[in-house]
Ligand binder design. Structure first.
Ligand SMILES: [Zn+2]
Length: 201
């Protein structure tokens, strides 16, 4: 068994772990084979917990993400199942320069693990928190929440370095949470409005 097969197998197992149907709707988290499996587990669990009853299914990307964004967006869209609300790809080899790139009309986004502001390793606590925050922002943007002026909120596009996460939140402020709750309720997903707002650590 090659290393790639092992990683893919591990991700398939993870996918099964997080297949907890809630209103029949899920979030899809796609990853390149090169992405640290422990980081993926951590980020998917964080998003799943923060979004209460919406499950996060982890699957490997069916191909390499080394392609231009419009084409990659179509590949991501092609992996969306009928019950998937959104797909977010975690990849270290995305050609775009933004931390998060979104095609909300296609229900897909990319979190760029190689963003120069995120220098660090998957094992680094602040780096992992940064990825959690960017992934929450990616799902929020895909699901129709706009950029937030509150720098404490995951939906802010505040230009910060990972060490600033000691003082910043990784989930949605009450205002953004309400917007997301309304968006998901309209899709038949019961997301409670109230959620503890995690500021910093
Ligand atoms: Zn907000």
């Amino acid at each position: 068994m090659t290393m790639k097969m092992i990683v893919v197998s591990a991700l398939c197992v993870l996918g099964c772990c997080y297949t907890v149907v809630a209103g029949g709707k899920n979030l899809l988290m796609l990853t390149d084979a090169d992405v640290d499996a422990a980081l993926v587990t951590r980020v998917s669990q964080y998003c799943s917990v923060e979004l209460d009853r919406v499950s996060v299914n982890v699957l490997p990307l069916e191909t390499s993400s080394k392609m231009a964004w419009p084409k990659l967006a179509k590949v991501l869209q092609g992996q969306l199942g009928k019950d998937d609300l959104a797909a977010v790809l975690l990849t270290p080899i995305f050609s775009g320069s933004n931390a998060v790139t979104v095609a909300s009309n296609m229900q897909v986004a990319v979190v760029n693990l190689a963003d120069p502001r995120k220098e660090g390793k998957a094992q680094d606590e602040l780096y992992a928190r940064w990825i959690e925050r960017e992934t929450m922002r990616a799902y929020g943007l895909v699901l129709g929440v706009m950029t937030c002026p509150n720098p404490q909120c995951a939906m802010s596009d505040y230009k910060v370095k990972p060490e600033s996460l000691k003082d910043l939140g990784r989930n949605y402020c009450p205002y953004c949470r309400k917007i997301l709750s309304d968006k998901l309720n309209a899709k038949g997903v019961d997301l409670p409005e109230i959620k503890r707002f995690n500021k910093g650590t």
